[in-house]
Structures are given as structure tokens and as C-alpha cells.
Design a protein around this ligand. Structure first.
Ligand code: MLT
Length: 309
């Protein structure tokens, strides 16, 4: 019998096409309630999700009672999958790191420019009928220090693009060798040096128990006065209450978040601050990135479920 895969979130059609070409039946059903997912997951050999579906232990246990062998995430983060439970149950989990990295890196650079040139004020003031030229003197990125915390797929691409803008790039990543950092043109620095010496700090690391709230009150107030913070990686890396204090006090010049501890952020007080800009977790939301992750996750499932296809 042909293997069967459930696509429980909306995904680019290249994903079911690749699965179909390999003789795998792809069933597209987005918007299932958690109960409905538990009720039907046992019929499938594989499950593909983006961000909307939460793959809980309950889902995995129900899947294991049937034929579920693999869960694929079309994206980098695995926050919406109980990876530990999958491991205990012997269900493979795959993701597509790197496939949407360029989109996230481009958004990071865009937000740095938005912060440097106060563009969010420029955009809204002119539309509201004001010609605020005088209040909109910004600063240039050229010659400034960009400190990257995390130097994986996204961090490396941000470094490359930032160097093209004449930023001096500093980087910290305990999992990347000094040689690799040097080759990329970034200067290897300690975390302390990044916190205290950067004009811009951008986070490019996963959220784990070790990295949760890595940017806390102490870190924020040791950052250079007037410096900027950008987070397009994961919500929960920044202590948002402390960030609020750092922005209200004027210690930070500004901050830009694409990701929040709670998403959507509701009435998060950060949103009301004049030196805070935000986007709704759209780092990976480019057509190219969505095609890449959809194709890659399909190939990973084909390799696992129909290795001879
Ligand atoms: C990812 O994990 O790949 C990105 O954060 C994109 C997303 O979750 O939408």
C-alpha cells in the first residue's frame, strides 16, 4: 500500500507534487482541531506541518498506535513539535533549516535600516499628512558594529549582507569554529564583548532552556547607550518587560522584534512605545522561502518513506 502523508497546515503545492511523484499519497487538511488531529493521525505514515499545527505528545501517541513514522516541519524551528516525545516513541522528526534563511536575513537587514533611519516614523507621518523632515535625521549603518549572537544559516547570511553595507560584523557562536568565523569575515568575540561593544545586536539562535531570556535586564542595560536590538529568531529570547524598561528609559535607541514570547502579542505594552517597531513573525514569509521549505520537507519525507523513489 502507498504510504500516506497528512499535510495539516497550508503549504505550497510543490510539497504534495513531490510526494505524489514518489508514489506517496498526500492528504491536505488544514485547520483540524487538536481532537480531530488526534482522531485521524493514526491513518498516516507521515505528517507535515508549518506553524499552525501543534504536534503534542497526544498526537504522537495516537499516531504511533497507527502507522505514523515521521513528522516533517516546513521551517527551521521545532517549537511546535514535542521532539522529546517523538524521540521516546521512535518517531523521526525532520525540519528544513537553511531553506528560509535568506528571507530571515533580508528582514533583519531591513529592520536595521528601518531603525537607523527612523523609517517607521517617516512612513506613518507622511501618510498622516505631516512633513516631518527635521525630526527624521537618522544615522548610517556604514562603519557601525553589528554584533550577531548565533552564527548558523541566518547569522552567516546576515553577516555577508551587512558587510556589503560596510558594517563591521562581530559574532559569537559556541558551536562555530574560529576558522569558520574568520572565513566569513566576521570577528569572533565573546558574548560580553558583543553585548557591550555593538551598535546593533541581532539574535540568530534557537530558543532552548539555556537561551530563554538571554537578553535580560542586565544585558540590556550593559548594551551601549543608544544602541539597537533586533530579534528575528525566536520569541522568548528577550525579556520583554526588561526591554520595555530599556526603551522607556532611553537607554536603547530602539528595538525591532519579528517574534514575541506570546504570538500574537495582544496588548503587549512594547507596541505602544515610539522607539519600538515590530513585524508579525514574517521573517520566513517570502515566496521563495515558502517554496524552498515545502520542497525540502517533501524530499525528506520521500527519502524516509520511499527511499527507492
Ligand atoms: C521557522 O521556524 O522556520 C520560521 O520561524 C518560520 C515560521 O515559523 O513561520
Amino acid at each position: 500500500m502507498a504510504p500516506k502523508v497528512l499535510l495539516s497546515d497550508k503549504i505550497e503545492s510543490v510539497c504534495p507534487e513531490i510526494l505524489g511523484q514518489a508514489g506517496i499519497e498526500a492528504v491536505e487538511k488544514s485547520g483540524l482541531t487538536p481532537e480531530a488531529l488526534v482522531a485521524e493521525i493514526g491513518q498516516y505514515d507521515g505528517l507535515v506541518v508549518r506553524s499552525a499545527t501543534t504536534v503534542t505528545k497526544e498526537v504522537l501517541v495516537a499516531g504511533k498506535k497507527g502507522s505514523l513514522k515521521i513528522v516533517g516541519r516546513a521551517g527551521a524551528g521545532l517549537d511546535n513539535i514535542d521532539v522529546q516525545a517523538a524521540k521516546e516513541l521512535g518517531i523521526k522528526v525532520v525540519n528544513t533549516p537553511g531553506q528560509n534563511a535568506n528571507a530571515v536575513a533580508e528582514l533583519t537587514i531591513a529592520l536595521a535600516i528601518v531603525l537607523a533611519r527612523k523609517l517607521w516614523v517617516a512612513f506613518s507621518s507622511i501618510k498622516e499628512g505631516r512633513w516631518e523632515k527635521k525630526g527624521l535625521v537618522g544615522s548610517e549603518l556604514s562603519g557601525k558594529v553589528l554584533g550577531l549572537v548565533g552564527f548558523g544559516y541566518v547569522g552567516k547570511l546576515v553577516a555577508k549582507k551587512a558587510q556589503g553595507l560596510d558594517l563591521e560584523v562581530w559574532a559569537y557562536d559556541p558551536f562555530v569554529s574560529a576558522a569558520e568565523l574568520k572565513e566569513s569575515g566576521a570577528l569572533a568575540k565573546s558574548l560580553e564583548e558583543i553585548w557591550t561593544g555593538s551598535d546593533y545586536i541581532s539574535l540568530h539562535l534557537p530558543k532552548t532552556p539555556e537561551t530563554a531570556n538571554i537578553v535580560n535586564y542586565e544585558v540590556l542595560f550593559k548594551m551601549k547607550k543608544g544602541s539597537y536590538l533586533i530579534n528575528c529568531a525566536r520569541g522568548g529570547l528577550v525579556d520583554e518587560k526588561a526591554l520595555h524598561q530599556a526603551l522607556v528609559s532611553g537607554h536603547l535607541g530602539g528595538a525591532a522584534l519579528d517574534v514575541f514570547a506570546a504570538e500574537p502579542p495582544g496588548d503587549n505594552p512594547l507596541l505602544a512605545l515610539p522607539n519600538f517597531v515590530a513585524t508579525p513573525h514574517v521573517g520566513a514569509s517570502s515566496l521563495e522561502a515558502q517554496l524552498n521549505v515545502a520542497a525540502e520537507v517533501a524530499k525528506l519525507l520521500v527519502a524516509f518513506l520511499s527511499p527507492k523513489a
